[in-house]
Design a protein around this ligand. Structure first.
Ligand code: CAO
Length: 447
């Protein structure tokens, strides 16, 4: 007796569904409730089971077909099933094999397509690949040797891996002959999630598989100290969560430099140097008041922006132990001399390991001045929960077109990295331009 398997009622107002995948072929033996096809309606995806045990006599649809409710999709010969118990016994395996072959041929097709694409592009790339042959070869050697189609796994396991984005070649199978099971895929996914959340929040681990460097030569492993671990954690957290934008500008500091040298002696009497960092601290405080979005933090969980009325600025200090960022509080209320003295003291404390945890907390903005070392520009990473950081590079004399002629001017390159979730490009450009103009003419700060 033959049984027609039709598309059943799915939900109110749903009259059709699309065939995503057919899991049986003509001649296959199926048990009652074995899945014949995977379907998708505009409400949900679902599996179409066989209502009876038997042999698939006809497959009346193809993958991609839109099928109407009540339409016959499969015909199952119920009698044929009972006549051959042996066949029935072997069937689940056979069915799995078949589906697996199908998966394999699908994977193969994907591989073929990518191989074809590779071939097409290979001619174009041949010359540049030759140039880079050494690094390219070592990179390929670290890649998994087998493709997903060569990993032993059932179709259901392959599907699960595909759906949750697990690369089967990286999963170690615990089944017979290293067959990858559903549990293996789930355990691998769990491990990935744990590693990811550790690197985003708790720890600094990531899922990058390091090669065995000792194959190439002598190596030495050194434990990271606390500062290195904190920096790694904070910077990767910022980089992963903040959509950064980088804005560059140059300030004409010719007049400011004259002022700095002339007035240096007043600050020196107080035991500190008058440097561009102290001046930038003062001007940045006014800029943060003028552009409150830069003196803010983002609370994505409550979808709010937190504006602050106080102005605390962190200054990146280069120490033997690595980067330390002490915070100067209420910068807007302090004179340039006071700021120079405090910066000097904090930098000294940071370098002599006397800095307290409290000195490192509560910055709304950061200044990172690498100009004492050199460089024409760089892109610092925003230090969460702040939304912006100013990068300062080395000032130098440049010919600048002024009043119809080139004139030698002292130009200071500035970069501003900011969080695009709260600050738009135009805001970033305005903020940095304002700062440049304030350095050229501090009267700007009084408007
Ligand atoms: N352009 C040209 N010269 C500069 C300059 C600049 N942007 N910034 C500083 N200088 C000069 C100073 O005038 C000083 O010159 P003199 O010795 O002739 O007086 C010299 O460089 C050294 O300055 P300094 O470092 O003592 O003082 P500072 O106030 O400018 O900087 C501090 C203080 C703590 C910011 C700095 O010492 C420092 O540690 N910088 C490194 C910051 C860092 O590591 N950032 C990277 C963090 S990752 O984002």
């Amino acid at each position: 007796m033959s049984k027609e398997i039709k598309l059943p009622e799915i939900a109110d107002n749903v009259t059709t569904a699309v065939v995503l995948e057919i899991l049986v072929s003509q001649g296959d033996t199926v048990e009652a409730d074995d899945i014949l096809a995977e379907m998708e309606s505009d409400k949900a995806s679902f599996e179409l089971p066989s209502e009876v045990a038997g042999v698939v006599k006809e497959v009346k649809v193809s993958e991609g077909d839109e099928v109407k409710v009540g339409q016959v999709m499969f015909v199952i010969d119920e009698e044929a099933a009972g006549s051959d118990k042996k066949e029935k016994k072997e069937e689940p395996e056979k069915k799995e094999e078949k589906a697996e072959k199908k998966e394999d041929s699908k994977d193969q097709q994907e591989e073929d397509t990518s191989e074809q694409k590779e071939e097409e592009s290979s001619e174009k790339d041949e010359q540049s690949q030759e140039k880079q042959s050494a690094p390219a070869a070592s990179f390929v050697a670290e890649e998994p040797a087998k493709s997903a189609s060569h990993v032993a796994a059932s179709p259901a396991v392959r599907r699960l891996a595909r759906e949750i984005g697990v690369d089967l070649t990286r999963v170690k199978g615990s089944g017979p002959a290293d067959r990858v099971t559903e549990e293996d895929v789930k355990a691998f996914a769990k491990q990935l999630i744990q590693q990811k959340s550790a690197s985003a929040g708790g720890g600094i681990a990531d899922d990058f598989q390091l090669p065995d460097f000792s194959k190439y030569g002598e190596i030495r492993r050194e434990k990271m100290d606390t500062i290195r671990k904190l920096t790694a954690k904070a910077m990767s957290g910022s980089w992963q969560n903040i959509p950064h934008v980088f804005q560059f500008d140059k300030a004409d500091v010719t007049e400011l430099e004259k002022f700095r040298k002339d007035y240096s002696k007043y600050v020196e009497k107080k035991g500190a140097k008058l440097t561009v960092t102290a001046i930038l601290l003062k001007l940045s405080a006014v800029a943060l008041k003028t552009f409150p979005k830069f003196n803010a933090s983002v609370d994505m969980n409550n979808e709010e922006i937190i504006f602050k009325d106080y102005v605390n600025i962190g200054v990146a200090v280069d120490t033997e132990r690595g980067l330390i960022v002490p915070v100067i509080r209420d910068v807007d209320k302090k004179s340039i001399t006071e700021l120079s003295v405090e910066l000097n003291e904090l930098a000294e404390k940071a370098r002599t390991k006397k800095i307290k945890p409290d000195d490192l907390q509560g910055a709304n903005f950061t200044i990172s001045n690498l100009g004492g070392i050199g460089g024409t520009n760089f892109t610092p990473i925003v230090n969460r929960p702040a939304v912006a950081i100013l990068g300062v590079s080395r000032s130098q004399m440049e010919p600048v077109w002024m009043d119809g002629e080139f004139q030698p001017r002292m130009m200071l390159p500035l970069s501003l990295s900011y969080d695009h979730r709260v600050i738009d490009g135009a805001d970033g450009a305005r903020f940095l331009r304002w700062l440049c103009e304030a350095m050229q003419n501090p009267l700007v700060t009084m408007f």
